[in-house]
Design a protein around this ligand. Structure first.
Ligand code: NAD
Length: 428
């Protein structure tokens, strides 16, 4: 662990303190596109909802997350932040948080598995009252190796679909010992983050890594959920011929109604040029698919964990590997000479090879987080251990503030319309 230089520098474990000034510039750049969070911060500065509250957060250490941490700190919280993915940490952001903003951070890019968990544990050493998770690793650690901290915890928020799936399993088995709120499941998060954010930033990562022209090429998107929809729509918008693979007939039908071809992955594997998995499921691209893919096929995963592409098979069976032949891109040469390209080691590609979602997208997700954390301070005592929804008023408030910030305005119900919608006596 790095030793704090002065009493004002919080506990930390980061890569390079000299990057702090550069990180600050980028954090301030992101702040310009986070108007809703800025309004919340102004209010929190006055009301101090987190006075005396300690928060451990396990999230992607990006400029947008930095702005959420600043808002919580402005509201009086003491924070310890660690990374929710080893490849997504921006070392300059981590440095700025520690040395410019006085926030405790345990994260460095490309840390190994032991380092990753050491960071999680260091963040938990703050003995939190609240936890912010992105993938459920913090909650999982609390329920396995750090159970002594649980009595202190009032509740927390989960940011992503994969985390919500893990938490709902825990809740179903009665294993979850405090209330967690599924921030992922708000309309504002699903729409802005999973769909538009993942749509743009996933393709951004493919471009940064390969500089590949999508127009006229075949892009295979595995999974047509919120994220997959966004990726497929954006790829189509850039002139690609998009194929969708699914396991859910309703989602598959939706994809067909939007003009996408739908087929099993084994068929898509033979014709695709670029493959993007975004299912939250494992082994979506595996040996039988690698066996039929075209020479030069590009593969990327935008689902939360690095389980969607069987990278272990490639590592074991490829004849040779051209590591990092381009930005975050490894080339595997198979025994028959075909070359398969893998971006960001099969990890969350938009954070591994690009900068994650644009700040204006995270403005929504993190406003949901900030308001939910405030709600937890007041209401956690009334919530049972388990998985809970974000109250609708928070979702609507964030949508309203974002709409206004973008210059959009809506109608209000007339009294007659209000009555009509809220009574059953009025017929046609
Ligand atoms: N890259 C990012 O920035 C980002 C942002 C938000 C969420 N995520 C992650 O992306 C993943 C998907 O999230 P989502 O919100 O779209 O979830 P979702 O549940 O809306 O969609 C997942 C889809 O994948 C389908 N699917 C499951 N197994 C499949 C398989 N073997 N083949 C084809 N399709 C399959 C499901 O039927 C479903 O339609 C999760 O892991 C989530 O945590 C990533």
């Amino acid at each position: 662990m790095n030793v704090p230089i002065t009493a004002t520098i919080p506990r930390h474990e980061i890569a390079d303190a000299t990057l702090a000034a550069q990180g600050r510039k980028r954090i301030e750049w992101a702040e310009r596109n986070m108007p809703v969070l800025a309004q919340i911060r102004e209010r929190f500065e006055k009301t101090q909802p987190f006075a005396g509250i300690r928060i451990a957060a396990c999230m992607h250490v990006t400029t947008e997350t930095a702005n959420l941490m600043r808002v919580l700190k402005a509201g009086g919280a003491e924070i310890a932040l660690c990374a929710s993915n080893p490849l997504s940490t921006q070392d300059d952001t981590a440095a700025a948080l520690v040395h410019e903003y006085g926030i405790s951070v345990f994260a460095r890019n490309a840390v190994d598995r032991d380092g990753y968990y050491a960071h999680l544990n260091a963040a938990l050493d703050i003995e939190p009252h609240q936890v912010f998770d992105d993938g459920c690793d913090l909650v999982n650690t609390l329920h396995t190796t750090r159970q002594e901290l649980i009595p202190n915890i009032t509740g927390g928020c989960e940011e992503t679909t994969t985390g919500v799936i893990r938490l709902s399993q825990m809740a179903k088995e009665g294993a979850l010992r405090f209330p967690m709120i599924a921030v992922n499941d708000t309309d504002t998060k699903h729409m802005f983050d999973n769909r538009y954010g993942t749509g743009q930033s996933t393709l951004d990562a493919v471009f940064r890594a390969t500089n590949f022209l999508l127009a006229g090429r075949i892009v295979v998107v595995a999974g047509f959920g919120y994220c997959g929809k966004g990726v497929a729509e954006r790829a189509k918008g850039m002139g690609a011929d998009v194929i969708v693979t699914e396991i859910d007939p309703t989602k598959a039908l939706d994809a067909m109604m939007q003009g996408f071809r739908v087929m099993p992955m084994l068929d898509a594997a033979k014709v695709g040029d670029v493959f993007i998995t975004v299912t939250g499921n494992r082994d979506v691209l595996r040996d039988e698919h690698f066996a039929v893919m075209k020479d030069g096929s590009i593969m990327a995963n935008s689902g939360h964990f690095d389980i969607e592409i069987d990278v272990a098979w490639l590592e074991k069976n490829a004849k040779s590997k051209n590591a990092k032949m381009r930005h975050q891109t490894d080339e595997y040469v198979l025994s028959d000479g075909r070359r398969l390209l893998l971006i960001a080691e099969g990890r969350l590609v938009n954070l591994g090879a690009a900068e994650g979602h644009p700040a204006s997208v995270m403005d929504m997700s993190f406003s949901d987080q900030a308001l939910t954390a405030e709600y937890l301070v007041q209401e956690a005592k009334n919530l049972k251990p388990g998985l809970h929804e974000v109250p609708t008023y928070i979702d609507k408030e964030v949508a309203k503030l974002k709409l206004i910030s973008m210059g959009g305005h809506i109608d209000v119900l007339t009294p007659a319309q209000d009555l009509y919608l809220n009574s059953w006596e009025h017929g046609s």
